[in-house]
Design a protein around this ligand. Structure first.
Ligand code: ADP
Ligand code: MG
Length: 500
């Protein structure tokens, strides 16, 4: 069973030479922020190898990313409003139309006069172009200058102070500063991703520029393909070569992800993208066996498709976290006050039957750490067995479960983990999740276990546990990694060229 979107893709190394070329790279700088500080720069650090490779070869990097979920504005509407505001401001500053015309270059003047309806009468070479312009009607002067300003907006108004749709908390400026520190060189920053033509053209070999948040324009992820395409057309005009290194942004169609590749007629995977594809491809298509999946998280409903797909591929299944309760109930255990609807119990039973039919060994928690209330860190209670007492909710797996799960992982050659096995955000309930992380990391370091972590919260938990650097691969793609585990094709990967 081979996922077509995981066929090996053309990579950075297949697109040489890029010397002197402007290389557009979709990166995923969607970092977690606290006010104006970056909490975790993993997404920026992991983009560095591709950027460095391009600049070392004398290429020019133009980086595009989104950050968070700003409201955004429609680019066409923003453009029209913006243009109107700027042009009227320009005329106010320059008072008369003729004096504005007088300040233009000879070429611009000639262009403007060539648009006149009276151009046959404007060929008098003895009179200056400005005097000829002065003779036109006021209406025509206005029309000609508007056309000129519209067509030359980027050149005439290069100093845009900020993008339409700008919201300070979602500005990528801070990511540009962090990237500059990591690269040890200046990183240029544009305040408007759709009006950067002029700035982009001024870049020299080996220089790097980051465009402001793409999602300040709703066109980026608009459901309307024409709108996405219009945005992609502008972005594509900035570069010669397109690379997608934003695995985490590749699960949806977006101007900077799928549409640019279509418009430019090519697309290569950056090193990070290549790494993500190669680990998931190995895991899903030819894993060293036995392969164990550790699936946790708050809700079974979120993970049904992941389980269905993985059951075709794995040898062992460890289930923990909030989603283990329908399974415990289905196997006759009491689950105390933990909520769990009957439909999920039925689904859990079906999954257990499928697992038995495919000879997949299933492990459920054999003890729990509980409390009376979900958010209470005070006086947690450890149960003796798999039953949760009445009046309690289970918030983490207990020590015997950690032991059982860890020894099962220790017998495997590959492990994929999605979903924390407890409310790891509260230290009192993080031991189970951190215990799993340690078991995976120890086996990776000591026995060469292929260890892969997918899912946003799981990656944060691995990072928080301190074990992330000891794993084979911690995916940068929250939703994207889950979708791969579900067996879906990611449009952003499908849009890239296959290796020849
Ligand atoms: P990922 O983002 O890695 O796919 P999920 O979003 O599915 O992971 O699950 C993460 C959430 O599951 C965490 O916020 C964690 O607190 C919660 N969780 C794990 N175990 C439990 C539990 N026993 N009860 C309530 N929430 C839990
Ligand atoms: Mg999550």
């Amino acid at each position: 069973m081979f996922s077509t979107n995981l066929l090996s893709k053309k990579s950075v190394d297949d697109i040489w030479p890029v010397t002197g070329k402007r290389v557009l790279i979709r990166v995923d700088f969607n970092v977690s922020m606290n006010h104006d500080t970056i909490i975790n720069d993993y997404h920026i650090r992991t983009a560095v190898p591709t950027i460095r490779r391009i600049i070392d070869q004398g290429g020019i990097c133009i980086l595009m990313s989104h950050l968070g979920r700003p409201k955004g504005v429609d680019s066409e509407r923003a453009d029209a409003a913006h243009k109107k505001r700027q042009i009227s401001q320009y005329f106010q500053e320059h008072r008369g139309k003729t004096s504005f015309f007088a300040g233009l270059t000879a070429d611009d003047k000639a262009t403007i006069l060539s648009w006149s309806t009276r151009r046959d009468r404007l060929t008098d070479h003895t009179t200056s172009r400005t005097s000829l312009f002065a003779k036109l009607s006021e209406e025509e002067k206005k029309e000609l200058l508007f056309r000129f300003l519209n067509e030359n907006k980027d050149r005439m108004f290069p100093q845009l102070s900020c993008s339409a749709g700008y919201e300070q908390e979602f500005s990528l400026q801070i990511a540009a500063q962090r990237l500059a520190e990591l690269l040890g060189q200046h990183v240029y920053f544009t305040h408007d991703c759709l009006h950067a033509k002029h700035e982009v053209q001024n870049l020299r070999c080996g220089e790097v520029m980051l465009l402001e948040n793409l999602r300040f324009y709703t066109n980026e992820t608009s459901p309307d393909k024409a709108k996405r395409m219009r945005m992609a057309t502008v972005l594509a005009s900035y570069g010669h070569v397109y690379i997608n290194d934003a695995f985490g942004s590749s699960s949806k169609e977006a101007a900077s992800v799928t549409e640019i590749a279509k418009l430019m007629g090519h697309g290569a995977a950056g090193y990070l993208m290549e790494r993500e594809i190669s680990y998931f491809s190995k895991l899903l298509n030819s894993p060293p066996r036995p392969l164990v999946a550790i699936i946790g998280g708050a809700k079974l409903r979120d993970k049904i498709h992941v389980l269905e797909n993985l059951l075709n591929r794995i040898d062992k299944l460890i289930i923990g976290g909030g989603m283990s309760f329908p399974f415990l109930k289905a196997t006759g255990h009491s689950i105390g006050n933990t909520s769990c609807d009957e439909e999920l119990v039925g689904i859990a039973l079906e999954i257990l039957k499928t697992a038995a039919g495919r000879k997949v060994e299933v492990y459920l928690p054999i003890d729990h750490v509980c409390n009376r209330f979900k958010d209470s860190p005070e006086k947690p209670v450890v149960t003796a067995g798999p039953d949760v007492p009445d009046g309690f909710v289970a918030l983490d797996i207990g020590p015997k479960s950690i032991q059982l799960f860890s020894s099962s992982i220790a017998l495997c050659k590959s492990a994929v983990w999605n979903g924390p096995v407890g409310v790891f955000e509260i230290p009192a309930y993080s031991k189970g999740t951190f215990g799993i992380a340690k078991a995976m990391a120890d086996s990776t370091q000591r026995r060469g276990l292929l260890s892969i972590i997918g899912g946003g919260d799981s990656a944060s938990a691995a990072e928080l546990s301190g074990e992330a650097p000891r794993m084979s691969h911690v995916s940068t793609g929250g939703m994207a990694s889950l979708e791969l585990l579900e067996g879906k094709t990611l449009p952003g990967i499908a849009a890239l060229d296959d290796k020849e």
